[in-house]
Design a protein around this ligand. Structure first.
Ligand code: LLP
Length: 406
């Protein structure tokens, strides 16, 4: 990748995505997540990175889409994403969001709780539309990951506990409401998971639960498949993940003499994480008694993950990738916040003001969680495919930064 040329054209900080990499990962999922026993579907969890060009790519690749807000959904409508391939998630969809989604004929509402189901049934009646739903279940499985990223322990804010009073009332409401059609069950057990065992447990549990129903439901296993950030991450190849889930499901159905309509997965991070990197310019360096700082022109505003989750990233000084890495460095941003650190204690070669620094695997939840803290402008995003670069998000201008301020 010609970083210097990219910096010349687009400036820094800059998010750079390798489109070939994204397509390879999608193919790995698509080619292996197939079964002769049930339909299959791969749903891109767009919260990881939802911009128009990314959604166009997902649309062209034939994947479905998970959205969690009006904003994500609106973006999808703007690029003509097929509405029937959209799953609308979220634990607290507002009336405005539900209305918009019903009017736009969103494919599936993944319903988190009873009060949400009530709202949907009232609005569906009012708008005279049928709404297809999955119930998001909390089956009490939690996978090993950072505690903020866990989403299925017993008191989780997500999903309804199987067998609880709330769950029973939801089933009653579904039975009596003509406007609501229950199509499937959903479960998401966490993120950045490097084991398959938790998914095996979920498959076992969900296939037990679908037996409660008189017709074949669909099952959505959520996302969470671990992605590569540094050498410490032992990624299970996505081909293997996909094949394993299919095989486990087929075995379980065989064992229980069951049928399901469709099996889906919802990867976000694993599709875009490794394909993204962020380019910075080194401003100053500073030696304190115990640290050598490399200060870059971005920071927690373009990547909050180190500050929020103590996430670890790999980095290089551009053009010096092969040089001896003999400086123990902390790469820090330019925000007024001590926690504004991008990479703590990393070995890098000596670098000078004006050098370019790149951090790897920033494609998921980087741009998506960026902020304007300190009134930093959101960086531009560039897609690179077969050596050709294309600007897909313009850098935010100062004027845009204040345009809504009265
Ligand atoms: N499906 C549901 C219902 C989810 O809640 C999530 C992620 C996914 C799919 C996709 O999971 P993935 O394949 O990306 O791991 N901001 C955090 C991650 C939060 C994930 C929330 N839910 C981070 O930066 O690590």
């Amino acid at each position: 990748m010609n970083y210097k040329e990219l910096k010349r054209k687009y400036g820094t900080p800059l998010y750079i995505y390798d489109v070939n990499k994204i397509k390879d990962i999608i193919s790995a999922y698509k080619n292996n997540f197939q079964s002769g026993k049930f339909e299959t579907e791969i749903i891109y969890a767009s919260k990881a990175f939802n911009i128009k060009e990314m959604l166009r790519l997902i649309k062209n690749e034939g994947l479905s889409l998970d959205v969690v807000s009006l904003g994500e959904l609106y973006t999808a409508t703007k690029i003509g994403f097929p509405m029937e391939r959209i799953y609308f998630h979220g634990n607290n969809k507002t009336e405005e969001e539900l209305r918009f989604a019903i009017e736009y004929n969103v494919g599936i509402f993944v319903i988190d709780n009873l009060s949400e189901l009530r709202k949907l049934s009232i609005l569906s009646k009012e708008l005279q539309k049928k709404s297809s739903i999955y119930i998001r279940l909390n089956v009490g499985v939690e996978a090993h990951t950072h505690k903020y990223i866990v989403t299925s322990h017993i008191d989780s804010k997500f999903g309804v506990l199987y067998g609880s009073e709330e769950y029973k009332q939801m089933l009653q409401l579904i039975e009596t409401c003509e406007q609501i059609e229950l199509k499937g069950l959903h479960c998401h057990i966490g993120s950045q998971i490097f084991e398959l065992n938790p998914y095996d447990i979920v498959i076992e549990k969900l296939t037990t639960i679908v037996q409660d129903f008189p017709y074949p439901l669909s099952i959505n296993l959520g996302g969470g498949f671990g992605a590569f950030y540094t050498q410490a991450d032992h990624v299970i190849p996505y081909e293997r993940v996909a094949k394993h889930l299919i095989q486990r499901m087929e075995e379980e159905l065989e064992k229980k003499k069951l049928r399901i309509q469709k099996l889906s997965i919802e990867p976000g991070r694993s599709i875009v994480g490794e394909a993204g990197r962020t380019l910075y310019t080194l401003g100053s360096t500073k030696q304190t008694p115990n640290r050598l700082y490399y200060f870059v022109d971005g920071g927690m505003t373009d990547n909050i993950r180190p500050a929020l989750y103590q996430a670890i990233y790999a980095a290089d000084v551009v053009g010096k990738e092969k040089e001896i890495k003999n400086k123990m460095v902390t790469i820090a941003g330019k925000c007024c916040e001590s926690g504004d650190i991008l990479v703590e204690n990393i070995l890098l070669p000596e670098a000078q003001e004006g050098d370019l620094l790149v951090t790897y695997s920033t494609g998921a939840y980087g741009y998506a969680m960026s902020s304007n803290y300190n009134k930093a402008c959101t960086p531009a995003v560039v897609f690179v495919e077969d050596g050709q670069d294309k600007l897909v998000v313009r850098r935010q201008s100062m004027e845009e930064l204040i345009e809504r301020e009265i």
